[in-house]
Design a protein around this ligand. Structure first.
Ligand code: GRF
Length: 204
């Protein structure tokens, strides 16, 4: 098995770190590039420490989103990326970007989709009063957190009131689930059902 993956991240990059620590360099899986929309993102520094090529593509450096995403896709493809992992990447990618990597862009979201898509998912869940939180890894489509679901895992916290009651355990869950999804993809165990584009088939 082998897989060359790229990670896009806007923030601290703890999910990137989990990938670097538990997936990168094992079983033929390699992180070949880490990109961001923010030149100062700590995620880029984590990648540089491991000698992985990094680049930032701030919108301000390009005429528009389409041009930015073309440059980003060219850079990712130039580094041989086969799978693009959005790990806290706070930008929507364009349809043209997705077309460059068909069924090969995945995202980690800190809620049990389709509940609480978009920004501040944990805050949304707390405001709703849920007692079960969770994490979703899904293929990215043209919507906001709407693509076919790959893995989900729940976290029962019936007494949570503030984000601090949820986030440490939720992040720990993300750090398990995202590497697990990448390993399954590398094994060829994940595919979208040809008969039902909403459904992801997982080999047992
Ligand atoms: C994670 O909670 C992820 O689910 C969300 O953004 C956060 C990124 O965290 N999309 P980090 O930068 O990986 O620490």
């Amino acid at each position: 098995m082998s897989l060359r993956l790229a990670v896009l991240a806007s923030g601290t990059g703890s999910n990137l770190q989990a990938i670097l620590d538990h997936v990168h360099g094992r079983d033929g899986i390699a992180v070949v590039a880490v990109g961001s929309d923010k030149p100062e993102a700590p995620a880029l520094a984590r990648a540089r420490e491991r000698g992985i090529p990094t680049a930032a593509f701030p919108l301000a450096d390009h005429p528009d989103r389409a041009a930015r995403d073309t440059a980003l896709a060219d850079w990712l493809a130039g580094n041989g990326a086969e799978l693009i992992v959005l790990a806290g990447y706070m930008q929507l990618v364009t349809p043209a970007f997705l077309a460059r990597f068909p069924q090969a862009v995945v995202n980690v979201h800190p809620a049990l989709l389709p509940a609480f898509p978009g920004l501040r998912a944990v805050e949304q869940a707390l405001a709703y009063g849920v007692r079960v939180f969770g994490v979703t890894v899904h293929f990215v489509d043209e919507g906001v957190d709407t693509g076919p679901l790959i893995l989900q895992r729940a976290l029962e916290l019936p007494h949570a009131r503030v984000p601090e009651d949820v986030l440490p355990q939720l992040h720990a869950l993300e750090h398990e689930l995202l590497p697990e999804a990448i390993r399954l993809i590398a094994q060829g165990a994940v595919r979208v059902d040809p008969a039902d584009a909403r459904r992801v088939l997982l080999d047992p």
